[in-house]
Design a protein around this ligand. Structure first.
Ligand SMILES: *[C@@H]1O[C@H](CO)[C@@H](O)[C@H](O)[C@H]1NC(C)=O
Length: 178
C-alpha cells in the first residue's frame, strides 16, 4: 500500500512537471544571462564576447552595445528586470534597455547582423556597488513564463560619453522572479 502511494505520487508529480503546472514552479529566482555578445560600430562583421560585458561610446562615436540572452525557467510570480553591481562606470553611467526579436548567438551576431531591436522598455543609471536606479520604466515587470522561455535584450549607452562594464555571472542585467 505504502509503495503504491509513493508510486502514485511519483507518477502524479512527473505528470505535473511535464505539464508545467504553475503550482509546482518555484516562486523566487535570480536569473543571469546565458550569453553576452558585444557589437561595435565600425566592426560590421565581428562580435566581441565577454568578459567583461559592457557598453560604451566616446565623444559621440565608436558605440558598443551588449546583446544578452536570458533563458527563464517556469516561475510562479512577477519577473522584474534590473541592473546591479557594475564593475566600472564613467560618463553618463546610463543604459537604455531594448527588447530583441530573438536571442543573440555568440559569434553569430555583429553590428552588421544582429537581432531586430523592438521596444525601449527602460533606462538605468548605474552606481557602484549595488542596484542601478531606474530612470525610465516602460515595461520592466511582466508575468514570469509558465514554460522555459528565451528573451533577447540589448543595452546601449546614452549620450556622447558613457562606459559601463560588468561581470555577467555576478551582476549586470538580471531578471528576478518574486
Ligand atoms: C565627451 O568627452 C570628450 C572628450 O573626452 C569631451 O570633449 C566632451 O565634451 C564630452 N561630451 C560630453 C557630452 O560630456
Amino acid at each position: 500500500m505504502r509503495l503504491n502511494l509513493i508510486a502514485a505520487i511519483s507518477i502524479l508529480s512527473t505528470l505535473a512537471s511535464g505539464l508545467g503546472l504553475p503550482g509546482l514552479a518555484p516562486r523566487s529566482l535570480v536569473i543571469h544571462p546565458e550569453t553576452c555578445v558585444m557589437n561595435k560600430e565600425g566592426f560590421l562583421g565581428t562580435s566581441f564576447p565577454d568578459p567583461p560585458c559592457g557598453v560604451s561610446r566616446g565623444n559621440g562615436k565608436d558605440t558598443v552595445t551588449a546583446l544578452l540572452c536570458f533563458v527563464v525557467p517556469p516561475c510562479n510570480g512577477q519577473c522584474t528586470i534590473s541592473f546591479t553591481d557594475a564593475l566600472t562606470a564613467t560618463g553618463s553611467r546610463r543604459l537604455q534597455l531594448f527588447t530583441l526579436d530573438r536571442c543573440p548567438t555568440t559569434g553569430g551576431d555583429t553590428w552588421g547582423s544582429k537581432p531586430f531591436r523592438d521596444k525601449h522598455i527602460g533606462t538605468f543609471l548605474v552606481s557602484i556597488p549595488g542596484p542601478a536606479a531606474v530612470v525610465e520604466d516602460f515595461g520592466l515587470t511582466f508575468p514570469c513564463p509558465k514554460t522555459v522561455t528565451k528573451y533577447g535584450f540589448e543595452l546601449q549607452p546614452v549620450w556622447d560619453n558613457d562606459s559601463v562594464t560588468w561581470d555577467n555571472s555576478k551582476g549586470g542585467l538580471i531578471i528576478t522572479c518574486d
